[in-house]
Design a protein around this ligand. Structure first.
Ligand code: ARG
Length: 463
């Protein structure tokens, strides 16, 4: 007797309609249709080649699967929400198209090894797309750095003005962060590049399948070496979401700075209208909503990371249905990170930099105090003594409401005999030029860093 092929009794929920709805994953796993079909086609080919099923049947299965792919892409495919997942929807349609031979596709393959293979394939593409988006953002950061080698701004520690830096140096700090994100994504790509197919439900399959052929067809570098682990392992998903979470941390820090810099108090940048919105009540407001949303969306990506770790903790081997809960976090963290990378890029490309205001901010206060202490040290005073002199001097200035720039040469000389007329040469641009050390903020070093950064961008890093 031919069973009702629309619903595979072995794998659909057996309870009430409500109970079945609870188990359905179609609304999110339909996103894996391309990978699922790719895996099924490779599997059918292999079954035919190895004479596990007749070659003719394998060809019928493959042509049916190709039709299904076209139907989905032309949006003609009729999804059936009563069939719990992507595999069953495709299988059911294959029965309609080619009849009972459709059932042969399931030889030597379980949904447990198939879903693990599908998601690994999907993630490999996702890593590459994320790398591309990180690189776009890096190109923008390098462009801004090139335009701002000589733009002076206060560098901060504890959000207090600390030492002058070049704005280019600040932008390139973010370049480094996204570069580490790219390296991490390449490692995650490698973690995903292992093929579970052939593990069956958990113990392997009792057919002489050709796993090397399958791996080659599907573009996997390695083949999993333990079937129990292969259907249970989701470490690569933890790694993927962690990468997104770290990348979002970087984006969130950048956003926070953009928000601070665009306030009237700082006035370092002006955001373009495209990336701000008005207030419904306060007509003067231009709110940095895009940056705020990036900062806010970081939370949901962290949530996905905790989500998958919690799903895995305490899960006995091997496959358990809990593992179905891996996907929404993967998709959401990916979509969120991609859209935030794009938005951050747009914000940076369209903002106006108020270089004058940045420079003015380095002129007030005591931002040159360390440079002057270094000046004294270079004249022969031990640095600790120089430090004490500068602490006293800045206290004196604060008490008398003076900036360091208001102190005359005579005043300096009266404080220490190590001061000379050349003390007046010390300004923000002197300070920046003096940091001429690899990784420092001097213009020479920045030019060198820009050259290296461009080389890194041009290096092929898509895996
Ligand atoms: N939908 C499942 C998942 O995402 C795959 C199917 C395996 N289901 C099963 N009952 N063995 O993990």
């Amino acid at each position: 007797m031919t069973p009702n092929k629309k619903i595979n009794p072995a794998s659909s929920a057996r309870g009430s309609e409500l109970a079945s709805k609870f188990t359905v994953s179609l609304k999110f796993d339909k996103r894996l249709y391309k990978q699922d079909i790719e895996v099924s086609i490779a599997h059918a080919k292999m079954l035919g080649n190895e004479k596990i099923i007749p070659l003719n049947d394998s060809k019928k299965i493959i042509s049916g699967l190709k039709i299904i792919k076209k139907e989905i892409e032309a949006r003609n495919f009729k999804w059936d929400n009563k069939l719990e997942d992507i595999h069953m929807n495709l299988e059911s349609r294959l029965y309609e198209l080619i009849g009972d031979n459709a059932g042969k596709l399931h030889t030597a393959k379980s949904r447990n090894d198939q879903i693990a293979t599908d998601i690994r394939l999907w993630l490999k593409d996702a890593c590459n797309n994320l790398i591309d988006h990180c690189k776009n953002l890096q190109s923008t950061l390098v462009k801004l750095a090139e335009e701002n080698i000589n733009t002076i701004m206060p560098g901060y520690t504890h959000l207090q003005r600390a030492q002058p830096v070049s704005l280019a140096h600040h932008f390139l700090a973010y370049f480094e962060m996204f570069n580490r994100d790219i390296e991490r994504l390449k490692n995650v790509f490698d973690s995903c590049d292992v093929m579970p197919l052939g593990s069956g439900a958990l113990s392997g399959v009792p057919y002489k399948i050709n796993r090397e052929y399958l791996a080659k067809e599907l573009g996997f570098k390695k083949i999993s070496s333990n079937s129990i682990d292969a259907v249970s392992d989701r470490d690569f998903i933890v790694e993927f979401i962690l990468c997104n979470a770290i990348c979002m941390t970087h984006l969130s820090r950048l956003s926070e700075e953009i928000i601070i810099w665009s306030t009237d108090e700082f006035n370092f940048i002006e955001l373009s209208d495209e990336y701000t919105s008005g207030s419904s009540i306060m007509p003067q407001k231009r709110n940095p909503d895009f940056s705020e949303l990036i900062r806010g969306k970081t939370g949901r990506v962290y949530g996905a990371l905790i989500g998958i770790l919690s799903v895995l903790k305490g899960l006995p081997l091997s496959y358990n249905r809990d593992l179905q809960e891996d996907k929404e976090g993967v998709f959401d963290s990916y979509d969120t990170t991609i859209s935030c990378l794009q938005s951050a890029n747009g914000i940076l490309l369209n903002m106006k930099i108020n270089a004058k205001q940045m420079e003015i901010s380095t002129e007030k206060g005591f931002i040159l105090a360390t440079d002057i202490a270094d000046y004294l040290t270079k004249k022969g005073l031990p640095f600790r003594d120089s430090h004490i002199i500068m602490t006293n001097l800045s206290n004196h200035c604060k008490k008398n409401r003076k900036n360091l720039s208001d102190i005359s040469i005579e005043e300096y000389k009266s404080i220490s005999t190590f001061f000379d007329d050349d003390i007046k040469n010390i300004n923000a641009s002197y300070s920046i030029k003096s940091k001429d050390i690899i990784g420092g903020t001097a213009p020479n070093q920045i030019k060198y860093a820009i050259k290296n950064s461009k080389n890194l961008i041009n290096k092929k890093s898509r895996k």
